[in-house]
Design a protein around this ligand. Sequence first.
Ligand code: DSN
Length: 413
Amino acid sequence: MSVLNQVDREMAVVIQAELDRQKSHIELIASENFVSPAVLEAQGSVLTNKYAEGYPKKRYYGGCEFVDQAEELARERLKKLFNVQFVNVQAHSGSQANMGAYRAVLNAKDRVMGLALDQGGHLTHGHPLNFSGIDYEFRPYFVSKTTETIDYDQLQADALEFRPRLIVAGASAYPRILDFPRFRQIADSVGALLMVDMAHIAGLVAAGLHPNPCDYADIVTSTTHKTLRGPRGGIVMTNHQEIAERLDKVVFPGIQGGPLMHVIAAKAVAFSEALKPEFKEYQKRVIDNSKAFADEFLKMGYHVVSGGTDNHLLLLDVLSKTGLTGKKAENLLDRVNITCNKNTIPYDTQKPFIASGIRLGTPAMTTRGFMADDFRLVARWIDKALSHPEDEAALDEIRQAVKRLTDDHPLPY
Ligand code: DSN
């Protein structure tokens, strides 16, 4: 930071302000985390200077002997982490990983099924304005109105009628275990392939706390920066050699140019961290904390979507309990230094930009050492803020309490 401070004070100030924000706020965005100083160092390394189109030992540039080693480390560690045979670590993002996976197994306009975006799915699972919804013919599947969990029977019936080429399992706001054997059986029953986008749960899978989709799916994608706690980026995995060969060609030269070698090095560091026993302990705490968090809201009479959580996140219906929309709740919590995002709940009556709920995740603050009792306390503060939106004294009290708790759990940078 000191060099940057000298050569570009304006940007140094911005970065310092963001660091201060991260230190002083309770971060509950379920898709965010805090990387280790080692991951940060690798990502900020001289590998950013290198062009390396191609793959290890098959590059279009000279001088790739060390970046080859970096990519090989990333690949081998990733294979070990998820017990999978073929991997591609070059996808710049989760969206690129999904584009690569689709192109490796689909033709333009093929039929695909994915979880409805407003029920926990993802933009790249068929939103009409996203490349996925433009390039392929998607049909959404849904959660049951009563259980608020995926309605596998309806998915089966709809798949028999729609006859998709691919079924996508995976979500960005789904608090329950995904039933991969059931997805596999439904896909097989209609001759479809199965893809799992495990971006949200990859860390839990790596720790053996969620079933491993690589055991069931034809192709698996993920980001590396959520529960997996690595740098911002994407990965794709498969146990089928044929798909792997197509995938590598699709990622480069199909949809990307030079790989981000500094990010690939940071991915390798994160994978090595995820292979350690401490990572399993961390993920156990992520889930315990999430369950305690949900339990506290249930005790206070909130509707927690699906009645609780099995993973790192919960969906809280704030409108029914407090009369505030998700948007208002997000803004109000911002004012007390608690960061989260508004989120639709299943069969929401509000538009996505307003929403009835908020999504709350435990990965980031668990990295900072929060335990179940801390999350129970935060649940009480959230309720207090949402119940007293105009009470400046109450909001100030919460701000002070947030400061004390975040000061007690510093970031290592
Ligand atoms: N934007 C991510 C999330 O917040 O879940 C998904 O890509």
